[in-house]
Write a protein that binds this ligand. Sequence first.
Ligand SMILES: NC(=O)c1ccc[n+]([C@@H]2O[C@H](COP(=O)([O-])OP(=O)(O)OC[C@H]3O[C@@H](n4cnc5c(N)ncnc54)[C@H](O)[C@@H]3O)[C@@H](O)[C@H]2O)c1
Ligand SMILES: [Fe+2]
Length: 399
Amino acid sequence: MYKVFCRTYQGVMKFASSFLPWREPELLMGENSLEKLPALIKGQGIESVLIVSDKGIISARLMDEFLQGLKEAGICFVVYDETVPNPTIDNIEEALKVYHQNKCMGLVAFGGGSPMDCAKGVAARAARPKKTIPQMKGVLKVMKKIPPLFAIPTTAGTGSEATLAAVVSNSETHEKYAIMDTALIPHYAVLDPVLTLNLPKHITSTTGMDALTHAVEAYIGRSNTKETIQFSKEAVTLIFENLYECYTNGTNLTARANMQRAAYLAGMAFTRAYVGYVHAIAHTLGGFYSIPHGLANAVILPYVLEYYGESAHKPLAELADLVGLGNQGDSDQIKAEAFINAIKDMNKKMDIPAKINGIQDSDLPVMVERALSEANPLYPVPKILFKGDMFHLYETIKA
Ligand SMILES: NC(=O)c1ccc[n+]([C@@H]2O[C@H](COP(=O)([O-])OP(=O)(O)OC[C@H]3O[C@@H](n4cnc5c(N)ncnc54)[C@H](O)[C@@H]3O)[C@@H](O)[C@H]2O)c1
Ligand SMILES: [Fe+2]
């Protein structure tokens, strides 16, 4: 009965989604494309911006030339660089204060998913000053135009530069959840591969696996459109062809640009077609133990795909064929297994562990409940899972 409820809910959401005001960010793309952003901001009549970032970006000196460009263009700016990985509501409130104190007219998100989501949170609060972040949890609670938002991703990655989601954490309750509203889609995104050239190896690998998880979870789900199928396929192909190269040869600009494109396309896929239980579980591990999002997804992905069993064989077999893993005449099951094994191999080659350390048994009941309430009834997963399934999956994942 509950399954029928979930499937009906997902069907209604899919139908309703086609009436939403979807938009795509306008892109500045290619080597050194960031140089063009100050003039673009100026051209919009924006005189002052809040730049949301983090300490890692500052110490990697990724922003220096951009700040110089803003100065030369006569744009006032203030930098908030306290965003933490798995950004918190406190981050958003602090940054919002800075935004108002400096009478900012726009937001620049400079960094990985954490600064981008923090900036989206600030944008949501600026648009809806009377609503708190917890009150905007879930789907379509913003519903108002946000200030101009320019996203500059420096990981490849979350795809947040393309999506309607802001994933935030409550540092007191350890809850991590998404605000999902088409109003939060950034207006502009800068895909400049130069920014990712010095991305450390373990961040390259884990954030790349996050992008793969987006593409795969969207593809095997039931709310695809013609476009999201195409986006997912292109992203999976690009990731299989370029992620390991980026990991071993970080300064390969073409491979970096391809991964940046893959992350963007995977974001475009899941913003319409959703993610699944991999993300629901990963969010609880981020909320409880601050486990980096990409690392959590990379570890969890093969276990959840295996657990789906037959319900995911066909789409996974298609992906196996796409990346040249399927042999003619093999059954869907064999091809799906080949695809899952390729994910495990990729993890292993990039030194990503097979299990997650530090999961406490006493936290499991709350994590299971939260993961289920994130995923059900919303995510159009191949197979609806229940409490017992989720306990089993957490047991499998934990070291
Ligand atoms: N909104 C969405 O659609 C969406 C999708 C997936 C994930 N997320 C969220 O995004 C967050 C994770 O983002 P992330 O994986 O991009 O990591 P992140 O933004 O947390 O960054 C991780 C670390 O990498 C460093 N870093 C980033 N770019 C760098 C660079 N070019 N050079 C050197 N260091 C660099 C940062 O300083 C930070 O220390 C999670 O909270 C996750 O839930 C959001
Ligand atoms: Fe993700």
